[in-house]
Design a protein around this ligand. Structure first.
Ligand SMILES: [Zn+2]
Ligand SMILES: [Zn+2]
Length: 445
């Protein structure tokens, strides 16, 4: 009986190990504190640019670990530095912000927080993008790195970036001296949790990871009048309709087949009443591309078409074209990505490292790369493996990031995040800064 029991225990243990490859003694040591931080952050989310408690919480914990912490970098940004002799300087980033989403996961630790958004509306607040996972993982990683200084050398910079969801925090931190007041990183790292992979796995790949994103607003000027007398007007609604149709030919007829480009008209606004021809119409457009030359081509084509359609209709005034938001693509340095793939495979097991297709979302992590820093951005599986398999078999998708139902399978997700971060940091913080710089291929991709 006893024998059978212990055999069963050994077998169960082996199974647990197989399912959770990230389980290691050093992760075990920090896991309870990292989990406690996650639960705390998850229940106390703060909106973009308002991450004051979040930043203070993270800062205190990093200071307690021996990091030199500077707060209020670019708003609520946090910079924590641990110097450990000569060697490379490596930066690991987490975001701090949550979203105006009312949590509907039904979890015992679901957020009940409400706040006023930018327009003064009362909104639910939730870590629906999983930035709480990133913070807890960074904290667990910070603890391991601080307690194992014999395993690495160089300068470790951990940053807590505010306002990722509004694509403004990275820029503000750089403008506030992230690259000048503190040691400039040789390499920058970040990860993102999501349900596109089961917990326990990470997603990697070289080159483009996320796209350039450009937001445009086009105001088309016509000449208003009575709906029964179109001859006395220039109808901006007809111009807008023709513009929308003509814009479809950019991707289908102008961009080289095989290149990636998306042009979406997300809204058309014009008019108030059925028998009034309005004075103007407005189009809201998002553009997604990877290559800088394709981005330039698409943006120029939109401008050309908008002007030409207005001219074709005899509009007296050219349309106003406002390019009000722009984010660069997130690009993984190919040599660095290949090296990190190997490191992650030997830490998590080959089966747990998946090469992922790039996406067309946007991320302001690219702003750090734009400062001439080669970077590596990787995906962290967050889906409950059982639910993931079920959904896959049914041809369905689990709730994505930003959904009120987004709920990472915490234990294996967080353990894997910590194990992955520690592994890539130790690998990068090994040789000399010169060797590291020589081994990567940026800038000038
Ligand atoms: Zn997000
Ligand atoms: Zn996010």
């Amino acid at each position: 009986m006893r024998l059978t029991c212990s055999f069963l225990l050994v077998a169960l243990n082996a199974l647990a190990w197989a399912q959770a490859p990230a389980r290691s003694n050093e992760v075990e040591t920090v896991y309870p504190d990292a989990q406690a931080l996650y639960l705390d952050l998850h229940q106390n989310p703060e909106l973009s640019s308002h991450e004051t408690q979040t930043a203070a919480n993270l800062s205190t914990r990093l200071r307690d670990l021996g990091y030199t912490v500077t707060e209020h970098v670019g708003g609520t940004g946090v910079v924590a530095i641990l110097k450990n002799g000569a060697g490379p300087t490596v930066m690991l980033r987490t975001e701090l912000d949550a979203l105006p989403v009312e949590e509907k996961t039904g979890l015992p630790y679901a957020s009940k927080v409400r706040a006023k958004d930018e327009s003064g509306r009362d909104v639910g607040v939730m870590h629906a993008c999983g930035h709480d996972v990133h913070m807890a993982s960074l904290f667990g990683t910070a603890a391991i790195m601080a307690h194992s200084k014999g395993t690495w050398h160089g300068t470790l910079i951990l940053i807590g970036q505010p306002a990722e969801e509004t694509i403004s925090g990275a820029k503000r931190m750089v403008e506030d001296g992230l690259m000048t007041r503190f040691p400039k990183p040789d390499v920058a790292l970040s990860l993102h949790v999501g349900n596109q992979l089961p917990a326990g796995k990470v997603g990697v790949g070289p080159g483009y990871r996320f796209s350039n994103a450009d937001s445009l607003r086009i105001t088309i000027y016509g000449k208003g009048g009575h709906g029964s007398m179109p001859n006395s007007t220039i109808d901006p609604i007809v111009i807008a309709a023709r513009t929308v149709v003509a814009l479809q030919t950019i991707v289908s007829r102008e961009v080289k087949p095989g290149e990636v480009a998306v042009v979406t008209v997300g809204y058309i606004q014009a008019g108030t009443k059925n028998n009034i021809i309005p004075d103007l119409a407005e189009l809201g457009i998002t553009v997604r591309t990877y290559k800088p030359e394709v981005r330039k081509q698409v943006l120029a084509a939109i401008e050309r078409i908008a002007r030409a359609e207005a001219a074709a209709a005899g509009a007296a005034r050219e349309p106003k074209i406002e390019h009000y938001e722009a984010t660069d693509a997130v690009y993984n340095d190919p040599a660095l990505a290949q090296r990190m793939e190997g490191v992650l495979e030997s830490t998590l097991g080959k089966d747990n490292v998946v090469v992922e297709e790039p996406g067309l979302a946007s991320e302001d992590f690219s702003y750090f790369t734009a400062q001439g820093i080669p970077s590596f951005y990787f995906g962290l599986g967050g889906a409950d493996p059982g639910k993931y398999a079920e959904a896959k078999a049914a041809g369905a998708n689990l709730p994505s990031n930003h959904s009120p139902l987004f709920a990472p399978d915490l234990d294996p997700t967080l353990r894997t995040g910590i194990a992955a971060e520690v592994a890539v940091l130790r690998n990068l913080l090994s040789g000399s800064a010169e060797e590291l710089r020589k081994s990567v291929s940026l800038p000038g991709h």
